[in-house]
Design a protein around this ligand. Structure first.
Ligand code: TXA
Ligand code: MG
Length: 344
């Protein structure tokens, strides 16, 4: 059931959460598939519905510092640090912090890790829901594992709709890509996933160079378990625009972008049609009329989702500079295009 979010439907949603049910709700980043984080049986349903491997831990959404204390054990040294106060001053917002977990969090939520990922979302519907439910809410993005993330309630309804108790429609998400995940389990802290809060901003607050914050793990163990499996990919093959043209020019036999009956869609980041765009592509969707990367991020997942429904042979997408929100955009697109490269 999909209902427009208002005080009445939010109250119903909170009731469902307290009874151990599943509610899809909007956050400023993407839609979340929520359950009472303190109820292991409710959380188990999230994994079942998403087809999510149990080794991939969930983010716990909180609405207060009191709830932060309930679910984490913040070491004294961190708690007292000025940078920590500035960091949590970003809340509510698209920043997730990985901290040592308190024993009150069911192990199911954290995939048996000693740490827990927490964030305080800023979307008014998420905030009202958390307040009314009066419990932290565990919520991954509201999409099937490894598929395109949903940033509208309609897209959730078309995919997970039948498997959840209620979808609260709060309109399209403003940020459009997931939160930035920052691990505070080590020094310097480490960005496990680029997202809605720019690495540049974290670098300033922490006084740690970006290269150090974004350093890769030395071993093969993924620091954000499950990240390796996140593909964000549509079913239609997806390639970067520059790769597509090189395929075109160098080899006649590989998936030529525009010859014959091939139907190719273009997701462009800018306003203009290149000189060949109109003839080369069956559909062109521009994500921003002003080359604004925040707007690109906001529209990215829904454009991928919508284009995926058109029965195209190939989707071609632009690249952007890896700065600010551009890091998150390129991270998601690299994963999404990699899946296609692997499949051939
Ligand atoms: O913006 C967001 O973060 C959205 C909205 C709904 O809040 N949520 C979201 O959740 O993106 P999900 O499940 O799609 O991604 C959560 C990521 C996973 O990659 C997981 O591996 C990582 O967070 N994660 C969770 N707990 C962790 C932990 N204790 N240590 C390291 N990584 C963790
Ligand atoms: Mg996800």
């Amino acid at each position: 059931m999909i209902l427009t979010a208002n005080d009445d439907t939010i109250r119903r949603a909170a009731h469902i959460i307290r009874k151990g049910g599943l509610v899809v709700f909007p956050t400023e980043t993407v839609y979340g598939l929520g359950a009472n984080a303190m109820d292991a049986r409710a959380v188990q349903k999230i994994f079942a519905v998403k087809n999510r491997p149990p080794v991939n831990p969930l983010i716990v959404h909180i609405d207060s510092i009191r709830q932060l204390r309930l679910v984490t054990l913040v070491p004294r040294k961190i708690e007292d640090a000025e940078w920590f106060k500035t960091l949590i001053g970003i809340w509510p917002g698209p920043l997730t912090l990985v901290l040592p977990r308190s024993s009150s969090v069911p192990t199911m939520v954290t995939a048996n890790l000693d740490s827990v990922a927490v964030r305080m979302p800023s979307h008014p519907v998420a905030r009202k829901l958390l307040a009314a439910a009066a419990t932290p809410i565990a919520a991954p993005s509201a999409n099937f594992s490894s598929q395109v993330t949903a940033t509208t309630a309609q897209h959730v309804a078309e995919t997970l709709g039948a498997a959840v108790d209620l979808i609260l429609d709060g309109g399209p998400c403003e940020v459009g890509v997931e939160s930035t995940i920052l691990s505070l389990l080590e020094w310097p802290p480490r960005i496990l996933r680029p997202g809605g809060i720019a690495a540049e901003r974290l670098s300033e607050i922490l006084e740690v160079p970006i290269e150090e914050l974004t350093r890769k793990a030395a071993d093969a163990v993924p620091l954000a378990p499950g990240m390796l499996k996140e593909h964000y990919a549509p079913n239609t093959p997806l390639v970067f625009r520059d790769t597509a043209s090189s395929i075109d020019h160098t080899s006649g036999e590989s998936a030529s972008t525009c010859s014959g009956s091939a139907k190719v869609g273009l997701i462009s980041f800018g306003p203009s049609y290149g000189k060949d765009d109109r003839t080369q592509y069956s559909v062109v969707r521009s994500l921003s009329a002003t080359d604004d990367l925040s707007e690109v991020a906001r529209n990215l997942f829904s454009a991928l989702y919508e284009m995926d429904k058109l029965g195209l042979t190939l989707i071609v997408v632009d690249r952007c500079e890896e700065e600010g929100i551009g890091r998150a955009i390129m991270d998601r697109l690299r994963r999404a295009t990699m899946r296609f490269a692997g499949k051939k």
